[in-house]
Design a protein around this ligand. Structure first.
Ligand SMILES: CC(C)(COP(=O)(O)OP(=O)(O)OC[C@H]1O[C@@H](n2cnc3c(N)ncnc32)[C@H](O)[C@@H]1OP(=O)(O)O)[C@@H](O)C(=O)NCCC(=O)NCCS
Length: 219
């Protein structure tokens, strides 16, 4: 009895489900892969490194509440960078620093990770430093990373979950074309140590690209 030869591996969409280190150019903002090189001293004109920005970000009360970062000191921040490198190395996580293109100043971060890699299901999260907020940085960066993941990594569905009380994150999700799908009850423990209900939003690869301004201050 003859059996059909299995299809070549390259025909399997799951084989494409790898995040490949890439810098995404949004014009005045660059999305650069987080990794050990963020500790190198040449990243900004005033001598601050991305690592310094990462340590400072961890102290922001909103980040500490809604997206706690285990980067409170240099040792922890270096470990965090190493884990981002590991994610990239395995193609399992895509973590980008958002930087000003001109100066390399840290504005924020967007991170994608597979929830079910074989199934093309990923989750995305973001934060911006206080001085960068309200200018559309989170929206533009999340839109950029979302399009890249659909286009190059075989993502089929990407989810955002945010605490119900985190209205700014809800706006970012809407602005990025992530449709609301319901409320998850007591689903995640946040930086205050309490479980909060979360809104689940998701975008499918087949959904339209979002249009409209990316949160620039209105006149
Ligand atoms: C949520 C966060 C990433 C937004 O970053 P940002 O760069 O200011 O976002 P943008 O400028 O792209 O868009 C902000 C949107 O939120 C709205 N917004 C900002 N602050 C808000 C607030 N306190 N309440 C309600 N809406 C708010 C803005 O009006 C804008 O919506 P609009 O375009 O409809 O007007 C930022 O506030 C942050 O880092 N928060 C702490 C960490 C966090 O919450 N991460 C997300 C976890 S799910």
């Amino acid at each position: 009895m003859s059996s059909a030869a299995p299809p070549p591996a390259s025909r399997n969409p799951a084989d494409r489900r790898t995040f490949v280190r890439t810098t995404l150019d949004l014009g005045d903002v660059l999305l650069r892969p987080w990794g050990r090189e963020a500790a190198e001293p040449d990243t900004t004109p005033d001598g601050h490194t991305m690592l310094d920005g990462l340590i400072a970000a961890a102290t922001d009360p909103l980040i500490a509440l809604w997206n706690p970062l285990a980067t409170a000191d240099r040792r922890d921040a270096l470990a965090w960078l190493e884990s981002r490198d590991g994610g990239w190395d395995r193609g399992a996580g895509a973590s980008f620093a958002a930087l000003t293109a001109a100066e390399g100043v840290l504005l924020g971060s967007v991170t994608l990770r597979w929830v079910d890699r074989a199934d093309g299901l990923a989750m995305i999260g973001y934060w911006t430093v206080p001085t960068a907020r309200g200018r559309g940085v989170a929206t533009r960066a999340t839109r950029g990373v979302t399009s890249w993941a659909f286009r190059t990594a075989g993502a089929r569905r990407i989810e955002i979950a945010h605490a119900v009380g985190n209205e700014a994150s809800c706006r970012v999700a809407h602005r990025c074309g992530y449709l609301p799908e319901g409320t998850l009850r007591d689903s995640h423990r946040f930086g205050d140590g309490a479980y909060h209900d979360e809104h689940l939003h998701a975008r499918l690869a087949s959904d339209p690209e979002p249009t409209g301004p990316a949160g620039e201050p209105s006149a």
